[in-house]
Design a protein around this ligand. Sequence first.
Ligand SMILES: Cc1ncc(COP(=O)(O)O)c(C=O)c1O
Length: 381
Amino acid sequence: MTGPTAQQTPETAPAAPPISFARGAPSTDIVDVEGLKEAAVAAFDTDPAGMTGYGTAVGYVPLRRWIAEKHGVPEDHVLVTNGSMQADAFLFDELATPGAAVVTERPTYDRTLLGLKQRGADLHLVTLQEDGIDLDEVEALLRSGVRPALAHVIPNFQNPAGYTLSLEKRHQLLELAREHGFVVFEDDPYVDVRFSGEPLPRLLELDGGAASTSVVYASSFSKTVCPGIRVGYLVGPPALVERIRVRATNTYIAPNMVAQGTVNQYVRGTRFPAALERVRSALAERVGLLDVALREHLPQASFRRPDGGYFLWVELPAGEGHDVRRIAQEATRRGVAIVPGTDFLLDGGENAFRLAFSGVQAADIEEGVRRLAAAVAAAQG
Ligand SMILES: Cc1ncc(COP(=O)(O)O)c(C=O)c1O
């Protein structure tokens, strides 16, 4: 039923359920709950001691091995963490020390900015283009005397923009890193949720994989298995991994073995490939619908349709007095949530917002965009 019932006036009718384009999380229908339950049981059945003991700070050893094989590196290059957020935090503690120069993309993941700011890093945000970070701007920074300890990039389906770093720029960024002695932090949780186009080699691989000295890589099972399981990991030179292992031991003794044992069973099992395919095809369908709905209801918006991931970045025409905070408020009143562009920048972003399509089922996308278009119009009025 769509309209109010006989007893309900539009004022007393229950509000339409909210639609959230705000959270970078999957809707429950694209999580393989049954498969995860089976994997958890299998983990306890096959390795009760491993599941119930503390384990070690490097992570659950069979999962660490699976990750090492996936990336073609020895196991001592890998540390499995409670979500890749934890890997990011450990790496920032090592390299983004107070005053250390750190390059990030502009815009970038809000929690990355927060983590770097909290540590007192000297932040340099570099324009993100549709093919990735603007390397002319990075070179200009280097020429001006900035000596970064770290350059953080999200190479695939960037959060918040959905853009992907081109192959040419991957090579160029690595050349700059080698020449100027900085580490590239390849923050890559979305790589396996590509739904169109050809995969690109990781910076880690381009830098020699196990022999890499310029890249530290992080990824996650949040986007391929589920975020609640909180399993992510870091791949890097063994000396750095060892320093981080000590930090991890001092922080929590060891990460969550039950979660890692479950992921280990799940990714080695038969259900994982089909489940991942289901995630990809659901995301592809959602982004297609979002593309159509935006063109129809918000024709003044500009955006680039991503080839994977969770996000799409929308810009409204500059100079027309758009205020994304007002838009977000009007959107909330109309039962749709977005994240203002300003959250992903140190300044600017008032005419932009991020739409996460991962958590919105296909049937709700058009309605969500309709509400959003009404919010944009109300905020302008
Ligand atoms: C770029 C980026 N890095 C790291 C994370 C954290 O992911 P995890 O769930 O593995 O902690 C996210 C989550 O949205 C992200 O977008």
